[in-house]
Each structure stands twice: as structure tokens, then as C-alpha cells.
Design a protein around this ligand. Structure first.
Ligand SMILES: *Cc1c(COP(=O)(O)O)cnc(C)c1O
Ligand code: SF4
Length: 381
């Protein structure tokens, strides 16, 4: 049985616990207008200007669940900044592009992005429960005019499945979008069964932010469906400790109890999580609900998103604040997403010296290890 949670007292329209627990109710009651937002928070003049300024250009929608996490009095609240349009989305930034990581270049069919030999992305949909203001596929999800899809996304999956079948080197398929869980279970199971019918596909991965934006979507029935098609993995996208609620923890627990390992991909966002205490708290709280931190993405220079970018220097400083200060598996890998793939970056903890390695630890203590088993070639040799 799924646990049920009461709606928070300030929820407009006083939904019943049954309504609050029903993901379809949330989808039907999403916040998409200034007036609706006003039922949740004291909207700032900047937010109001951004909502009208981005109207007709970028999609905007917030689930009542995610809106309930907003601080009604603080426009800089990390939840609000991720969900409410900002004027920064309309500014022009040097070198910003709609697709800096080259998804469109590597797209082989309407939905298949094949960049690495053994794994592909399947762009299932362009729909999301909340249109995150920092979405790296903003052109696909949030841009009213843009989408990577050539034709209507309602079209069949034959061409995409055929491509995967004809490339037996593909052993790992990552369903993303948009958010695949926007589809109903039956539709998702059709796609997953289609993939399972391809012998060379070993693992199926789902990228979904529903555990964060609308955890009620992760029902027992949905998890049972996934369990019929194992091995299935799911990566979600928590960016701030305030997103780790009892509802989110319960959704993660349902996935884990059905044998679906849950990982997390965080985006480094200016003014939201770009400091060591927030990141440490996020990673330790994730471990507490048994979510394994996977990647920390440097924010891409995507048109409409660039105002969230921090420096790589900042990212490295945060990694130094995590590495060694907490359990190793609580430390994500910091990566830059580029046209040539994801590039892990970190400050080195070792340096080649004559006959061995000079080492340092997280506290700045140093030592040297020498002898034939510690010798490495210096860079460039
Ligand atoms: C991120 C990504 C993947 C998966 O990469 P992993 O490092 O295996 O998680 C696959 N294809 C594309 C195009 C990607 O951007
Ligand atoms: S849920 Fe994911 S794909 Fe959808 S808008 Fe948010 S970041 Fe983008």
C-alpha cells in the first residue's frame, strides 16, 4: 500500500488527502498563471515581469506539490528559482546556444541520440510536470516553438526501436525527454517491452524528475510494472535539500523495494546550490533516503539558462568540500557536458614526482609514495 500524505494547510481549494495523493489531480491543477501562483506565494515584481516577458516563448507549469515547497515570502527560495520564470531567461549571453552539447547532431532517428558506442538516449516525450527553468534541453521541453522532434511525438516508435535493434553494440538505453513518467503506465510499458524484445539491450535506465516534482506519480503499480522488466535503473534530479520531503522519500522507497536502484544527477546552479554547506547537506540527505549521488553537472551555456551558470572554479571548490569529508559513495562525479561527451573534472590529489607520487588529502596533509608500483608517467609522455 502506498503511504498517504495530507495536503499542506495552505493548499488552495483545500484538496483532500486522496486528491493530494493522486498524481493526475496534480497534473490537472498545475499552476500556469500569475493568479494561480498568487494563491501560493507573494509574487515579486521581478517574477511578475518575467512571467509576462516569457509568456509565449517558454512553457511554464508547476505542480501543486512542488508549489507547496516554495517559501511564500522569499523570491530567492531555491524551489521558486527552479520553477518560476526569471528575467535572466530573456538576457543574451555570449556563446549561449540552444543545443551546446550536440544532441541534435547525434540524433539518429526522431528519438534516438547515439553519442557513445554502447548506450543511447531515447527522447520519449517533450512533456514535464514542471518546466525547470534551468533545463538543459530547454529548446526541447520548455521552448514553445522548439522541439527536437521532427514530427508529432504521438508517432510510433518503430523507427527508433529498429535503429536500436540494428545496432547490437547498444546495450544500455536511457529513457528521457522531457519526462518519460508523463506518459501513463500502459504507454510506458509498451515502449519498455519493445526494448526488452531486443536481445542486445541489457539495461534500461529512466531519467525522471517526478520523484522530486510529483512523487505521487511513483505508484506501487508503476513500480510493479518496472519490476516486470528488470534490470531497470532510475536516475532522478534533486538539486536542493529542501526537495527531500517525506513524500519524495516514500517514492524512492517504493522504487527500491521493487528492485530499482535510484541515482541522482544534480545541476550546479548559481544562487540555488552553489555552496559547500548546501551541497554537503544535499548529498548526506540523499544517502539518508538511499539515493546514490551520481553526477554533479556543470550548468551548460544553454540559451535561456545561462544566468544559472557558475564558474568551474566554484564547482571544483564544492568538490573539494565533499571529497574526503563524507562517505565516498556520497560524492558525485563533477562533469562538464560537451559535444565530445561528459568530461569528469577535479583537482588532482596526486602528482607525479621522481620515482613515485606526491599525495595530498582532503585536509591538506601531504606525503610521498615511491617505488616501482607508484611510478606514473608525467602528463604529456
Ligand atoms: C549522458 C548521456 C548518456 C549516458 O551517459 P552515462 O555517463 O552512461 O550516464 C548517453 N547518451 C547521451 C547522449 C548522454 O548525454
Ligand atoms: S523535468 Fe528534466 S527534462 Fe523536464 S524540464 Fe525539468 S530538467 Fe528538463
Amino acid at each position: 500500500m502506498s503511504q498517504s500524505f495530507a495536503a499542506p494547510a495552505m493548499a488552495p481549494g483545500a484538496p483532500s488527502a486522496e486528491q493530494w495523493g493522486d498524481w493526475r489531480w496534480h497534473m490537472r491543477h498545475r499552476v500556469t498563471t500569475l493568479d494561480k501562483l498568487r494563491e501560493w506565494v507573494r509574487v515579486s515584481p521581478q517574477e511578475e515581469a518575467a512571467i509576462s516577458g516569457t509568456a509565449g516563448k517558454y512553457r511554464w507549469s508547476v505542480t501543486p506539490y512542488y508549489a507547496s515547497l516554495m517559501d511564500p515570502d522569499d523570491p530567492l527560495c531555491p524551489i521558486r528559482q527552479q520553477a518560476v520564470p526569471a528575467q535572466g531567461e530573456l538576457l543574451e549571453f555570449p556563446d549561449a546556444e540552444v543545443d551546446p552539447v550536440g544532441d541534435m547532431f547525434y540524433r539518429k532517428t526522431n528519438r534516438v541520440v547515439h553519442k557513445y558506442p554502447d548506450r543511447v538516449v531515447l527522447l520519449v516525450t517533450e512533456t514535464c510536470p514542471v518546466y525547470c527553468r534551468h533545463c538543459t534541453r530547454k529548446f526541447h521541453t520548455t521552448d514553445v516553438e522548439g522541439t527536437y522532434f521532427r514530427d508529432n511525438e504521438g508517432g510510433g516508435y518503430e523507427e527508433d526501436l529498429r535503429y536500436i535493434r540494428e545496432h547490437p553494440e547498444i546495450r544500455d538505453v536511457l529513457l528521457t525527454g522531457g519526462d518519460p513518467l508523463s506518459y501513463r503506465d500502459e504507454k510506458l510499458e509498451e515502449i519498455i517491452s519493445g526494448l526488452r524484445a531486443i536481445p542486445s539491450v541489457e539495461i534500461i535506465r529512466i531519467g525522471s524528475r517526478f520523484p522530486v516534482l510529483l512523487p505521487q506519480r511513483v505508484t506501487d503499480e508503476f513500480c510493479e510494472m518496472l519490476a516486470r522488466h528488470h534490470p531497470v535503473w532510475l536516475n532522478t534530479h534533486f538539486n536542493h535539500p529542501r526537495e527531500i520531503t517525506p513524500e519524495a522519500a516514500a517514492a524512492v522507497d517504493r522504487l527500491l523495494r521493487h528492485g530499482v536502484p535510484v541515482g541522482n544527477q544534480t545541476v550546479l546552479l548559481k544562487g540555488i546550490n552553489d555552496d559547500v554547506p548546501t551541497m554537503r547537506k544535499l548529498m548526506t540527505e540523499l544517502l539518508r533516503i538511499r539515493v546514490r549521488p551520481y553526477y554533479l553537472y556543470h550548468c551548460d551555456n544553454v540559451t535561456g539558462v545561462s544566468h544559472f551558470m557558475t564558474s568551474v572554479e566554484k564547482g571544483l571548490e564544492i568538490m573539494e568540500g565533499l571529497q574526503g569529508h563524507m562517505t565516498g559513495f556520497g560524492v558525485p562525479q563533477y562533469v562538464l557536458t560537451t559535444r565530445i561527451g561528459k568530461i569528469p573534472i577535479s583537482r588532482p590529489y596526486h602528482e607525479a614526482v621522481e620515482d613515485g607520487l606526491a599525495l595530498r588529502n582532503y585536509r591538506g596533509q601531504t606525503m610521498t609514495m615511491t617505488g616501482e608500483h607508484y611510478r606514473v608517467s608525467p602528463p604529456g609522455e
